[in-house]
Design a protein around this ligand. Structure first.
Ligand code: SF4
Length: 416
């Protein structure tokens, strides 16, 4: 009988994708969904903040109680920052960098404890052709980041930006489309840098993807404002491009952007957002509150600017210190309670803006049904707004067009 392996994935979509690659590469083991039954547990870790490291440690403690016999393996970004110490403490059996993930069968068989951080220039070779249980497929198109935002450890653990081979990406999409996937989400550490090293571009790749039979909607994980080039602006009217873009600003005060060593400039961000809004796009962003140096004055300026932006979605976080970054030693720090209060302020603002956006929209919703919970189907429309649907039909995995719906607090509702 094959030994059983359980995968525990922390962090972002890139990790989700990497776990999928490991599962697809594994031939000699069986995947289990029950960690207490596993002979080996692969922890695909995140190290984006000091807090993320703590989560990985707590998970290890939990496994030590629930399944003391399992061999633990650590991979992902945390392998580079915490791998050696966890290995020394004998809390894990092996550490491997994400570049080594396709060798998972061999690594799991190693009898002796090992540390194999791999290299930061690696680019995946494997094609994953299914994402079990999901109706949308995540496609990793690049790895690493050339930016050096002052609070971020990612470039040091994922390396500089490098793109995956275009033909491999397209082949992967062809296979997924044949398996019934219609929506594709392009992900990576810094998606917008795709093609810089291979003399192509994100816009060119997306155009080629759109020509593949079965590809219905393409969405981008997150791009930086300066990566929306003139060439990219030309594809904005394409019907296959999701009418929602996630563009990472991180802040809306020009001075804070400098402190955070960001490359975006508020004035240009605003022009770009207004252009996208005029074309009917819903726009999401990332935002960090409470980064060192965020005085009351800069916060108020940031909020004033955020009010003027046509934003509809937000991923806001309070700043969390990450050792090894330049922000970690910056002063003055912002009190945690103040950072949280600011977080709620910006979230409330965008919730209101999202509601106004949904009220102002007066056309049909194009929805992909992803799940069913408590008797209601759930999906997302072309603006990435949630919709709950009551229906007697089996709608799971279907695309439906909805004409009549009710606008509720933070979602829409329809009977179908
Ligand atoms: S763009 Fe900035 S925040 Fe994003 S991964 Fe690169 S350095 Fe980190």
């Amino acid at each position: 009988m094959k030994k059983k392996v359980y995968f525990k994935t922390f962090g972002c979509r890139t990790n989700l994708y990497d776990s999928q690659v490991m599962m697809s590469s594994m031939k000699d083991y069986e995947i289990t969904q029950d960690e207490t039954q596993a002979d080996a547990i692969v922890i695909n870790s995140c190290t984006v903040t000091n807090g993320a490291d703590t989560h990985v440690r707590s998970y290890i403690s939990q496994v030590e109680k629930n399944n003391a016999g399992a061999k633990l393996f650590l991979t992902g970004c945390g392998a580079h920052t915490k791998g050696e110490s966890l290995l020394k403490e004998n809390r894990i059996h092996g550490v491997f960098g994400q570049s080594e993930k396709e060798k998972i069968d061999t690594l799991l068989k190693k009898d002796k404890p090992f540390y194999d951080p791999g290299d930061l220039n690696h680019i995946d070779d494997i094609i994953v052709d299914d994402f079990v249980g999901k109706s949308r497929a995540f496609i990793k198109i690049q790895e690493g980041c050339n930016f050096r935002c002052s609070y971020c450890i990612i470039p040091f653990v994922r390396g500089d930006a490098r793109s995956m081979d275009e033909e491999k990406i397209l082949e992967q999409i062809r296979r997924l489309a044949l398996n019934g996937f219609g929506e594709f989400i392009l992900t990576g550490t810094n998606v917008g840098s795709y093609g810089k090293d291979t003399k192509t571009s994100l816009a060119k790749l997306m155009k080629k993807m759109s020509q593949i039979r079965g590809v219905r909607r393409i969405r981008l994980g997150s791009v930086e404002p300066i990566q929306i080039t003139d060439e990219f602006l030309e594809i904005l009217d394409e019907p296959w491009l999701e009418r929602h873009m996630h563009i990472a600003l991180q802040h809306t005060s020009p001075k804070m952007l400098k402190i955070m060593n960001r490359r975006n400039v508020y004035k240009q961000d605003r022009e770009l957002f207004e252009l996208l809004a005029s074309k009917g796009f819903a726009i999401g962003t990332d935002f960090i509150t409470g980064h060192p140096g965020e005085s009351e004055e800069l916060w108020l300026e940031g909020m004033k600017n955020a009010r003027e932006l046509p934003l509809t979605h937000i991923h806001a976080f309070t700043y969390s210190k990450r050792d090894g970054t330049s922000s970690a030693s910056m002063k003055p720090e912002v009190n945690g309670k103040i950072a949280k209060k600011r977080l709620h302020e910006i979230q409330d603002l965008i919730t209101e803006k999202n509601l106004s956006f949904r009220k102002a929209f007066n056309s049909n919703l194009d929805v992909l049904i992803e799940s069913k919970k408590d008797g209601l189907y759930q999906g997302f429309d072309q603006h990435f707004n949630k919709i709950l649907i009551e229906s007697d039909d089996d709608l799971l995995g279907n695309w439906i067009n909805i004409e009549n719906y009710e606008i509720r607090g933070d979602y829409n509702f329809a009977k179908f």
